[in-house]
Design a protein. Sequence first.
Lengths: 396, 254, 276
Amino acid sequence: MRPSWCLALVAVAALMTGGLTACGGSSTAPRSGNAPASADGFTATLRAARGQTVRWWLYGGDEKINAYVDNVVAPAARRLGVTIKRVPITDTADAVQRVVAERRAGKTSGGAVDLIWINGENFAAGKRARLWLMQWAAALPNARRYVDASDPSIARDFQVPVEGQESPWQRASFVYAHDSVKVPAPPRDLDALFAYAKAHPGRVTYPAPPDFTGSAFVRQVVSVKGENAAFAYLRRIKPYLYRGGVTYPKSEAELSALFGDGRVDFAMSYDSSFVGSAVRKGQFPASARPFLLGGEALQNTSYVTIPANAARAAGAKVVANLLLSPELQAAKLDPAVLGNPTVLDPKRLGSKRALFAAKRDSRYVLRDYGRTVAELPADKVASLEQRWTRDVLRSP
Amino acid sequence: MTEPRGRLGAALIAALFSVPLLALVTRAFADSWRAPALVPQELGLRGVRIAFSGETGTAFLNSLQVATLTVAIALILAWPAARVLGERRLRHPATVFILLAAPLLVPSYAVGSGLTEWFIRLGLDGSTTALVAAHLTFVLPYVTIVLLSGFGPGLTTLEEMARVSGLSPLRRLALVSLPASAPTVAAAALLGFLVSWSDYGSSLAVGGGRPMLPVVLLPFVGADPQVAATLALLFLAPALLFLVLTVRAGRRPL
Amino acid sequence: MSGALLRHPRVRNYARLAPVILTITLLFGGALAGAVRTSVLPLGQDATLATWSSLLHAPELVDAALFTLRTALISTLLAAAVAVAIALAVWRRGTWVRALLALAVPIPHLLVATVAVLWLAPGGLAERVLGALPITLVRDRAGLGVVLVYVYKEAPFLALLLLAAMGQGYREREEACAALGASASQRLRWVTWPTIRGPLVVGSIIVFAYVLGAFEVPLALGPSYPPTLAEYAFNATRGDLISGQSTAAATLLLTSVAAMLLAVLAVRLAKDPQGD
């Protein structure tokens, strides 16, 4: 683990300093090239950001993300005079609740939250309540240069138009895991999963919504089968599930523990590199492998957003811009670091493409995520979770 | 109950309560421990390495600072009130007891989120003042209730004897009152410290992102048992120290 | 005249109580006021009782309330019984045993729950040692695992309260009674019980109220359905982000009021037989 961090850090450091010195003129502009007038506007932001400490609220239970932020992003930010203070939270909703509380108290500036890692329903709810800073994401230099703004998977977050209120950071694909020794041929699709559950009662389960992962699984079923057929499917499979479908794991971590202990045969996660992490954590056996159901995967993009009342918006914008730099995006491609695909447009990378080619192969990370299954509209998510509780959990 | 049987029973009960917790120590140093193994497959320091990266040190100090301040203030405020209540000098103590008990009947999360808005308006959110105030809401009742059990006719008699012997109020306090009530003060301090030290709900609501140990720990509990176990041991250290000191103090004869 | 007034015992008593009373009234009152305000003022809307009405009409609320009440009651009664047994067994022993016993007290509930999962879950250590467990203790509909964790955590706390009361002069009284020829059960009734009754009742009420409002343990061990009231409030903040705080505040207020009413009831019941 440590050597790969060192490598990533050294690589990023070399590239960043190389880029800086190559510029001559303004020492704060990240790189030369076809940078239009927006660079001047951003120069002002960079100047304002110097010396700021950005409080970035993000999920704290994943050591890979923590390490990436602490060891790769933070040093790069420090070089621009911005200090990142990572605020670990249990759920993104905690950060949104903080902003809501400040809004309720009438605090329109100097807020305690500068940057949030966010997507989906959390973002949509905040957007409806006008919590986020507007019209800033598309103006970032790296966004203009490397991000394809017309890509629907970037322009719309769970079908909600982003409208410049959040800046893309990561892509995620929903994958499943099986033990290649115990189950050499995992089910190919949902119907095969049903047949498997029937043949092996008590060996299949999923986390209960509103858990993030369980909710995603339900959404995949709904996307594939249509809503009513999906709930019929979940009711039909219920008696063959672990514990008879009466009680479900409350979180992805619980399901992973069950899978690691050999109580159930499959695990699932929106973190496409979760199998590798779990093996490294000692939670999964070394023979665990990822797979897809139906040759397709639910995909989403996750972003960072800035609350409208953030105290250090300039610093936050600088960090958001940094996250989109090819160097940092390439660093997280490595399965030993984060192992998830980039949000940058490959066609726009130009000379930077070389950074993305050298990623390591790993049997714990899929190379191809098949067909993309787009996420459902954000407001549908809550109603699906409630329907699951009524129609599936509480049904006899 | 004959002596040897009594001793065995006592030891058994004590073991029942402490052995499962030793599993925590093993979990902290087990890099890999999957069923059905009774012994970890792999031991290592991964938990230590990850637990101590990032904000843990700051969170530890913040929690320590808040808990110590809260307990100190609580003891000072509670001492006179506990004297009045413990010596049964009130004709209608019920009202006071209800007021004392009320904050304990409410989840700390409710206290925290109820106070947050006022703190934000006062510009105090995230400050030590806010955290201490929020914790004080339920620590003060605990401390008062435990403290009052140490006052009563026994202590009053001793103090009366000291007064008659000519000791000044200050010397009475230092030489009679404090030593005599030391076990109770220690117990009250321990409880107050623990309640503040391990509070999650109001630290989250009022802290405004300020690192506190329970808040840093919680995300790991479901997600990464090894790191959680390591942080748990860190959590326990001051609490256990405090506990041993208290129990020692509790054995002093009156 | 004012000098005499200040020396008046009643005034001095109130002056001594004032710091505590003022602090609690200010802070706790502020918290309650804030919660009430949040529950009727969802973000971006004017004052409305809509949150309360939709909460009270939610079918899940009744299930959650009953489950919470049942769990709290059983946990408290069992913990009290175990605490008395422990106190009786251990009160003569030394610091060593008390320290071991009290090891459970400083540990937060959530951690005890995590250790419980480590031991009691399917595939947990208990099963690895004993073979299959006869009953399900984790995520079972009856919430047995939850009760077990609360008993494990609260019984030592209550026992320590009892032992503190059994410190001063208890040994002398007990031995004096024995010397006078009282049997074990008579000593229990006339010496032990009066000594421990007070702390036991007070401690039990505290435990009951705490279990009523806590959510970390059911989160770790409890069934998916029904949730406890505090879990319900917690899920509300995760579900509907903007008005979730209102629902949560309303639920927590409901829980608090219920706890306070039940506590008053318990105190009434405890007082009646002795007329204390």
